[in-house]
Design a protein around this ligand. Structure first.
Ligand SMILES: Cc1ncc(COP(=O)(O)O)c(C=O)c1O
Length: 494
């Protein structure tokens, strides 16, 4: 059975409407009558054991409100489930899934965001901040001989290929990139290569957090981190991004094992934390040596401007000023400041390559956990990436910044033209706009209705550690500019 995280669910008896909406994912994106699609999806959840045997489905009216459909649609769907012997209704106790239809399955918890990722994408997917492959990367993957000579390729085929720490060449390339491009002096021994930043975060949680232990995090935040906290049994403590007072209180009061921050281009807000506040965080880390502070730099190489940096300048509408330093640049030897990053947002997510920079002791613990998880990421791709970093890192980063600005400009123009009532602050960087619909307590119903117009957006609730109702929506601007305009027009018609 899958229990959506963060949502008030009593799995033995009942499931709340938002929890079921999360599990349903992108149920209305196929062709067919809505009630049939709904019944089919609920039946599938029952078949796979994701909805537990005997669970009471939400009342028709409440589920209809959560899904932004008519009550009749839900009533007809429940009728189909009854007709097919999958559900039974009794006066006074609602509609329950019939036990024999379910199969036993491990209990795990999943954020609705990931439930969405597992289903087919709608025509306009603004829910995932995934980029296409940078041309330099595509060329190297298509013809590795352009970046690796025959001797290098041959050498890769020797040995076991099991490298839990990562390919030495890539560890060295990441260390040199951090040292020269970000002012973070780093040796290869301080670097672990991971399967994306998601695995880096997951390993840190597994290694540093005991079940029940608090984990402080930006809130709202990147949903993959929320999911990983719940999977390791941690207890999230949310802190509004950039609120130094609340961060200090959360650390002092809860003594969390980890404090997760995205100071440069926070996901979802796109905020950048000024240098002065970064010094405050370092001072906090010095006062609390038992708390490990994570600086997630996954989006840090995608500036958008204008006004990107509080301590930088802008020119021609875009920022040219110095980027505030990563936390580790301010205190390179502080053992409880760990940096996480990825090539997913600049090079390509399909490389599935991220990294952690930490003291060697933490790196060893993480490598042991990585060995247990997958024995190491594939070395051949790591070799191609290492060669690309050495030869073309600045080109790739410059390409991606232009790429993102074009898309951001299109999305911003479309929002201004077609949704003038929405409020949002221009992000300083990153790949998402955090927008608020006027006069609404929760954006979940809107997100459901948008799906049926072919547009996926992330309701703010899924980015909140406590799944609070939220009028906010996260809009990723990673589709081609014309598609973004079409998608925003479709949102305006919801
Ligand atoms: C802030 C942040 N951290 C981590 C990740 C995960 O990245 P990866 O694709 O490298 O696993 C993302 C992806 O969107 C992200 O936005």
């Amino acid at each position: 059975m899958t229990v959506p995280i963060n949502v008030d669910v009593d799995p033995a008896l009942t499931i709340s409407p938002p929890a079921l909406a999360d599990l349903l994912g992108r149920w209305p994106t196929s062709d067919g009558a809505l009630y049939r699609l709904l019944a089919t999806r609920i039946g599938r959840l029952a078949d796979t054991g994701e909805l537990p045997a005997g669970v009471r489905l939400p009342p028709e009216r409440a589920l209809a409100a959560a899904l932004s459909v008519s009550r009749n649609t839900v009533a007809l769907a429940y009728q189909v489930l009854r007709d097919e012997g999958m559900a039974a209704s009794r006066q006074g106790s609602g509609t329950r899934l019939v036990p024999h239809r379910t199969t036993p399955a491990a209990v795990h918890r999943a954020n609705g965001f990931f439930a969405g990722l597992l289903s087919a994408a709608p025509p306009f997917d603004l829910s995932v901040a995934a980029v296409d492959c940078a041309p330099q990367v595509a060329a190297a993957l298509i013809d590795p001989a352009t970046v690796l000579d025959e001797a290098e390729r041959t050498r890769l085929t020797l040995g076991t290929g099991y490298l839990p720490y990562g390919l030495p060449e890539l560890r060295a390339a990441v260390a040199s990139m951090l040292t020269t491009c970000h002012g973070v002096p780093t040796t290869p021994d301080q670097v672990l290569i991971t399967t994306g930043a998601q695995q880096a975060l997951d390993l840190l949680l597994r290694c540093e957090v005991a079940p029940g232990h608090p984990v402080a995090t930006d809130n709202p935040t990147y949903p993959g981190f929320i999911d990983a906290i719940y999977r390791c049994g941690g207890r999230p403590v949310g802190v509004p991004p950039g609120d130094m007072g609340r961060l200090g209180d959360a650390v002092a009061v809860h003594q969390p094992a980890l404090a997760y921050l995205t100071p440069t281009y926070q996901n979802p807000t796109g905020l950048v934390l000024p240098t002065a506040e970064r010094h405050e965080i370092v001072a906090l880390a010095k006062r609390h040596p038992d708390v490990t502070f994570i600086d997630d730099m996954t989006l840090a190489e995608i500036p958008l401007g204008p006004g990107a940096f509080s301590d930088g300048s802008t020119s021609g509408g875009f920022t040219t000023g110095p980027q505030p330093p990563p936390l580790a640049a301010l205190a390179p030897r502080l053992p409880n400041v760990v940096t996480v990053g990825s090539f997913s947002k600049t090079y390509w997510g399909g490389l599935r390559t991220g990294w952690v920079r930490a003291p060697e002791g933490i790196i060893s613990r993480l490598a042991a956990a990585k060995a247990a998880a997958d024995l190491g990421s594939p070395p051949y791709q790591q070799a191609i990436l290492a060669a690309l970093i050495r030869s073309s890192h600045e080109d790739v980063v410059a390409f991606r910044a232009d790429w993102a600005r074009q898309r951001y400009t299109a999305m911003a123009a479309a929002l201004t033209a077609f949704l003038p009532g929405w409020s949002w602050t221009a992000p300083a960087g990153g790949l998402t706009i955090w927008a608020r619909r006027p006069g609404e307590a929760d954006s979940g119903g809107f997100a459901q209705a948008a799906l049926r117009r072919g547009v996926a957006v992330v309701p703010g609730r899924l980015l909140s550690v406590s799944a609070e109702r939220s009028p906010w929506l996260r809009l990723a601007f990673t589709l081609p500019p014309d598609d973004l305009t079409t998608a925003v027009k479709a949102l305006a018609s919801v």
